[in-house]
Unconditional design. Structure first.
Lengths: 68, 130
């Protein structure tokens, strides 16, 4: 899954550790999501959506090869 | 879950693992010295209890992990469990065939080896999300 987490985090000037703290996950998890190596669960994706006050589909989208 | 909490849980796991190994070494020494049965049994049961503490520490650590690290643990165990069975199976096959692998002549010698596939599985799963 593709995501805009790195861009959104950079816009706010947060480090990965700061974002991790706000989401109650580890910095490694934030890094893995940003690198698109790990897809967050739905609850975590909603937390991200609320934190950045943006609809979930504007932050996460399926990669072309994931489309059914 | 914070890194500090994770570190604290990790320390608890390492401490219980160290306790387990220390008690087990004492147990082996007590057995080797031919001490009284009651003492051998008491120290042996202490080793079992130490293993129980280690498992409790592991479970506590797992509950404090975030979702990605739980996934990593699941993948590590999914690799480790069948691999550990394969290891024990292989040793059993070799034993039945009449080939004794040095250091693993008896079932009681095999248990430390079973931790190895978990370590390998953990390394593989961690690398995937790094």
């Amino acid at each position: 899954m593709k995501n805009a987490l790195r861009v959104l985090r950079a816009e706010r000037g947060w480090s990965q550790a700061e974002l991790a703290e706000r989401l109650h996950v580890s910095r490694q998890t934030v890094n893995a999501i940003e690198q698109e190596k790990y897809d967050p669960s739905l609850p975590l994706a909603f937390k991200v959506s609320r934190l950045f006050a943006r609809p979930i589909e504007t932050i996460f989208e399926l990669a072309p090869d994931e489309e059914a | 879950m914070t890194s500090a909490v994770q570190r604290s849980s990790g320390t608890y796991v390492l401490a219980t693992a160290a306790l387990l190994m220390a008690v087990y070494v004492v147990f082996v020494l007590v057995v080797d010295r031919g001490e009284h049965l009651a003492l051998r049994l008491a120290v042996g049961l202490m080793a079992v209890a130490a293993f129980g503490l280690f498992i409790a520490a592991e479970v506590r650590m797992l509950r404090e992990l975030d979702e990605m690290h739980r996934r990593i643990q699941l993948e590590a165990l999914a690799i480790a469990f069948p691999t550990a069975i394969l290891l024990v199976f292989t040793l059993g096959v070799l034993e039945r065939a009449g080939i004794v692998v040095w250091g693993f002549q008896r079932l009681r010698d095999v248990w430390p080896l079973v931790a190895l596939p978990y370590m390998i599985g953990l390394a593989i799963a961690t690398r995937r999300y790094r």
